[in-house]
Design a protein around this ligand. Structure first.
Ligand SMILES: C[S@@+](CC[C@H](N)C(=O)[O-])C[C@H]1O[C@@H](n2cnc3c(N)ncnc32)[C@H](O)[C@@H]1O
Length: 218
């Protein structure tokens, strides 16, 4: 049990408990968790570097142990403007304990549109960035399509989807990007993450068909 709530960075004992929880979830469902251990703080820093200069509303997908959540708050994202989505029950509980001031939802990234509508988190196109800790590379093309379609339906016209991968190239194929009207460029690389991870930034092409959805004000 983690002593709630954790302010700043977790103490060593809490870190071990967090890593152990993550590992147990990996044992139960390696495909969904998609990594043996949580991402490093170095990778988290590379991810948040790709945020716009003054991010308003931000969504994190697959919050896991909260490494990226903490980096987002440190980067200046206001807790009221942050929505974290996590599918795993135990990791969701862990996130709620650590970040009681942040809106943490247990849900599936494929249902993002319904989640933010239900939560009244953002207005039409009101999300500036989505930071994804999902193991997108190990997901089927159909699942990638559903997640990216849902993500770009809630992002504003200049919104960006920030994703890391352990692979040597974008985790989403050129074909699927063309189909969805999305462009990609590589941001940084966290060489000292184990294994090293690259950060990719996905944005809409100018005449894309994925449009922002109208949702209620929070
Ligand atoms: C590679 S882990 C990364 C977690 C986090 N960045 C960390 O280092 O602790 C992927 C996370 O995505 C979650 N996840 C997998 N599929 C999901 C889905 N469809 N919707 C929401 N979360 C999902 C998993 O439960 C896991 O916590």
């Amino acid at each position: 049990m983690i002593d709630p709530p954790l302010r700043g960075h977790p103490a060593k004992a809490d870190r071990s408990a967090i890593h152990w929880t993550f590992f147990r979830q990996w044992l139960k469902n390696p495909l969904a968790i998609a990594a043996l251990s949580p991402s490093s703080r170095r990778l988290a820093r590379e991810m948040v570097k790709q945020l716009p200069e003054h991010p308003g509303r931000v969504i994190e997908l697959g919050g896991g142990t909260g490494v990226f959540t903490r980096a987002l708050l440190e980067r200046g994202v206001h807790p009221n403007n942050l929505l974290v989505v996590e599918l795993n029950e135990e990791l969701h509980r862990l996130l709620q304990q650590q970040f009681p001031e942040v809106h943490v939802v247990r849900g599936d990234a494929r249902e993002l549109q319904a989640i933010i509508e239900g939560e009244g988190f953002a207005e039409a196109g009101g999300v500036d960035a989505i930071l994804s800790g999902l193991g997108l590379l190990s997901m089927s093309r159909g699942t990638q399509r559903r997640i990216l379609t849902a993500a770009f339906s809630v992002l504003g016209p200049n919104g960006r989807f920030i994703q890391f991968t352990y692979g040597p190239a974008s985790p989403v194929s050129r074909d699927l990007l063309t189909e969805l009207g999305i462009s990609v460029h590589r941001g940084g690389v966290a060489w000292r993450n184990v294994p090293p991870a690259a950060v990719y930034v996905f944005t809409r092409n100018r005449s894309t068909s994925i449009r922002a959805v109208r949702t209620h004000k929070r």
